[in-house]
Design a protein around this ligand. Structure first.
Ligand code: ADP
Length: 403
């Protein structure tokens, strides 16, 4: 089966064409045939299209909206004779609210509901809806499409972990709960970990630390999410590139008053001017901060706060789970930063977590074990592949539809 995976962001459309050679979409039996993106949708968008065994095309062109972006991708696939074989399309959707707890076949009603959920994810769901509408318009009704949600993986979080301690009626009225995000990434991380270790995913008890521009931690028991650090929105939890993560909620009105701005503006600072960028005053990019670590005290502070928070969540989730067999690092920082991994795990021998210094410094940008052989809690690095999970889920939905 040839599956086009579309991941529409606020100003980007990324895609991959993945061939799954068995009907269950098994991760180990997938092959990538093409990939690419249209970036900075607008008057001066850039694109990069890459096909297996073919030369890469890149450049800039005006792309008015998501529909045009999807059209240019499909046009390129067609001109490379790749589109004729498309059997299905899988779309990444950030917010599935309380109703979408599994990936499902898209029809008009599903598109309407995803659109209605834009209230909860104003930056993300409208982009996904545009991508879905565009793909349906261009490819027609006969190519089945599946929506895979970033929130679905977390629907197994039990009530005590999903509920905020605010007036219950207010939570009910406004559908306030811990939804959690990055679900496709965490789901991939444990599926891959299970494959690498030759165990069923339903037996995995682990803490996943997905550390990219956005960062989140998830506690996983029996292969299911039982707690996660992002909450009602992706602002909660770990320190991120430009997001503060956890803080005292009283700070919002305090800062609004002191700085003479509205609560919205403070929220904007917490989303866009905080985290690594706000702390360091230098950059939201961990590479730059790492390079400046030795001589720049603010870069050092940013990395130290980042690692302290991640370590705090790791400890909390080991308590939630009653211990774990593994800690999994993923995302651009988790995959590539021995310094961050070392600082998060330092002094954790008491619970059986000890990194192997050589493995930690050499496993970069690839899958591998970075803990000492005798560690009771293994540490793994996993190169996250959300598209692979979307392709697998798409294949599974199509298989169950075809009976
Ligand atoms: P996103 O959440 O946008 O998908 P990524 O997973 O690509 O982001 O992660 C981006 C982060 O990864 C950035 O902070 C970047 O600095 C960091 N990163 C990438 N390579 C390295 C590296 N070699 N060392 C440290 N951090 C890195």
């Amino acid at each position: 089966m040839h599956i086009l995976v579309i991941n529409s962001g606020s100003s980007t459309v990324k895609f991959q064409v993945i061939e799954t050679t068995d009907a269950t979409g098994d991760l180990l039996l997938q092959q990538k045939l093409a990939r690419g993106l249209v970036d900075r949708i607008g008057a001066r968008a850039s694109y990069r299209f890459e096909g297996l065994g073919r030369s890469t095309q890149s450049g800039s062109l005006p792309v008015g909206d998501h529909e045009e972006a999807v059209r240019s991708i499909i046009h390129w696939l067609r001109s490379n004779q790749r589109e004729q074989a498309l059997d299905a399309v899988g779309h990444r959707v950030v917010h599935g609210g309380t109703e979408f707890t599994v990936p499902l076949l898209i029809d008009d009603g599903v598109v309407e509901k995803i659109d209605a959920l834009s209230e909860l994810a104003p930056l993300h769901n409208p982009a996904a809806v545009s991508g879905i509408r565009a793909a349906r318009k261009i490819l027609g009704e006969f190519v089945p499409m599946v929506a895979a949600f970033d929130t679905s993986f977390h629907h197994t979080i039990p009530e005590p972990a999903a509920t905020y301690a605010i007036p219950y009626e207010i939570s009910q009225k406004h559908k306030i709960r811990r939804y959690g995000f990055h679900g496709l990434a965490h789901q991939y991380d444990i599926a891959r970990y299970a494959d690498l270790n030759g165990i069923p995913v339903a037996q995995v008890r682990a803490v996943t630390l997905h550390l990219g521009n956005g960062c989140s931690a998830t506690a996983i028991r029996d292969g299911q999410s039982v707690d996660t650090s992002m909450g009602f929105t992706p602002l909660e939890g770990l320190v991120m590139g430009t997001r503060s993560g956890d803080l005292d909620p009283a700070l919002v009105s305090y800062l609004a008053q002191r700085e003479g701005v509205g609560a919205n503006e403070v929220e904007n600072w917490l989303n866009h001017r905080s985290g690594l960028l706000g702390l360091s005053g230098l950059s939201n990019d961990m590479r730059e901060l790492t390079a400046a670590y030795a001589e720049n005290p603010r870069a050092r502070l940013a990395i130290d706060v980042f690692c302290h928070r991640a370590r705090k969540y790791l400890g909390a989730y080991l308590a939630v789970l009653g211990g774990a067999e593994a800690v999994i690092f993923s995302g651009g920082i988790g995959e590539n930063s021995p310094l961050v991994r070392e600082k998060i795990c330092a002094g954790m021998e008491w619970c059986g977590l000890k990194l192997d210094a050589v493995a930690n410094s050499t496993v970069i940008g690839r899958d591998g074990c970075i803990s000492v052989v005798e560690a009771a809690i293994k540490a793994f690095v996993i190169h996250t592949d959300e598209e692979a999970i979307i392709a697998r889920e798409t294949a599974r939905v199509i298989q169950s539809k075809n009976g």
